[in-house]
Design a protein around this ligand. Structure first.
Ligand SMILES: Cc1ncc(COP(=O)(O)O)c(C=O)c1O
Length: 399
């Protein structure tokens, strides 16, 4: 059973292009898009036919296959700051591998992560130290590992002065991990110059910078957020949009940082890593993205919808906003002033009204995630956008 969905979880039987159908054959225009992977829309033909063709060749060999080599070659050709890759199944585990590599290389232990960012659900990163100054994020899950908590330093994002203080105060920091856009809370972009300052800070203190592009990678453009902001981390992690819904994640870095993963001194294991169907899916997805370059169209379609949604208000005057880059955005009820950090987002975001809106929008045939994050895709059309805007106007007048 899915955790949250209003008024009840949908049971979905089919997805094609920008639409999904539930078990009662209701059709929905989809902006949840599998939580991000469907950059080409649901069931993209180029990917599905490549996977279908490969299915007869075998699934898993506990040995190298040619698709894996082709994928690695394509990947490093698309992202010039990446020399080598590791293939895994999920963003969570590739971020954990990134942290392990950072510890192995620096001989240091602690990891800085940022409040409001998400890097996967497992202990080493999904914990919150009780000393965190954000009182309402006291814990993320029951059953937190105390050992893991001790290894995490929680920082406030988009605030270089407080980060500088943290780094100057602690010598044992192996890595800093961040989403380049705070997609998991508010879809907030970095302030001008922030990422450069973070990178310089990491460099001067011997800290490995891990850029988690699980959401932004191959969504904001072929080069993802690092291309948009022209800044590169030491280790980059990709998942979601690279596989069109098949389970695959990629960690990319320099040969020097990955050499000891290759020798086995730094362990990276996993029975299903680089399985044929996932590898072929990623190869076909990236080839299709390179061939069609849909990113500008995705962005302008999204910006168009954001503009239309941002004109709507509830009957009692609550303003709807859409914050993001167009390729993805977060719905928010609050003043038009865009939040620039977690505290501002929390102060200026009415979660209860958003929940009601999402529920009625879905009843009217438009689905987004339970948090109101909308993912655009190459399959969304102007007709879709106008439908979504019309139903949003109808939904907001009902709440
Ligand atoms: C930025 C980010 N990193 C990591 C993850 C974890 O990825 P996965 O769900 O593939 O384990 C997510 C998942 O939503 C994410 O948004």
């Amino acid at each position: 059973m899915r955790l949250i969905s209003e008024p009840c979880p949908l049971t979905i039987t089919r997805g094609e292009g920008s639409h999904i159908w539930d078990v009662d054959n209701n059709q929905y225009l989809d902006f949840a898009m599998g939580m991000g992977p469907h950059i080409l829309g649901h069931s993209p033909k180029a990917v599905i036919s490549a996977v279908r063709q490969a299915l007869d060749e075998g699934q898993l060999f506990a040995g190298q296959n040619l698709y894996e080599v082709e994928l690695a070659e394509l990947f490093v050709s698309l992202l010039p700051w990446i020399e080598q890759i590791r293939i895994g199944l999920s963003g969570t585990e590739m971020n954990l591998l990134a942290v392990r590599i950072a510890r192995a290389h620096t001989g240091k232990q602690k990891i800085i992560r940022f409040a409001g960012h998400y890097h996967g659900w497992l202990d080493p990163l999904f914990v919150n130290p009780s000393s965190a100054d954000s009182a309402d994020e006291n814990y993320l899950t029951a059953g937190q590992s105390k050992a893991a908590v001790n290894d995490i330093i929680l920082a406030q994002w988009n605030d270089i002065d407080s980060l500088r203080k943290l780094v100057n105060h602690e010598n044992d920091i192996a890595a800093m991990i961040m989403e380049p856009i705070m997609c998991n809370t508010g879809c907030i972009e970095p302030s001008a110059g922030y990422l450069e300052s973070v990178k310089n800070l990491c460099k001067s203190h011997g800290i490995i910078l891990i850029i988690d592009e699980v959401i932004t990678g191959f969504r904001l453009g072929i080069e993802g957020a690092q291309g948009r902001y022209k800044i590169h981390g030491d280790i980059s992690v990709y998942a979601k949009a690279i596989g069109a819904g098949f389970p695959i994640a990629i960690l990319g870095s320099s040969i020097s940082l990955l050499r000891e993963v290759g020798t086995g001194k730094i362990n990276h294991s996993g029975t299903y890593n680089a399985g044929v169907s996932s590898t072929v899916a990623a190869l076909a997805t990236l080839t299709e993205l390179k061939r069609t370059d849909p990113f500008e169209k995705i962005q302008s379609t999204g910006l168009n919808l954001m503009g239309q949604l941002s004109e709507l208000k509830t009957r009692d005057g609550k303003q709807l906003n859409a914050d993001g880059t167009g390729h993805l955005f977060q719905l928010r009820f609050g003043t038009k002033t865009k939040p620039t950090n977690l505290a501002e987002y929390r102060e200026n975001s009415d979660g209860e009204t958003l929940k009601k809106f999402i529920s009625v929008w879905q009843k009217l045939g438009v689905r987004t995630t339970s948090r109101g994050m909308c993912f655009l895709s190459a399959a969304h059309t102007q007709t879709d956008i106008d439908f979504a805007a019309e139903k949003a106007a109808a939904a907001i007048s009902e709440i």
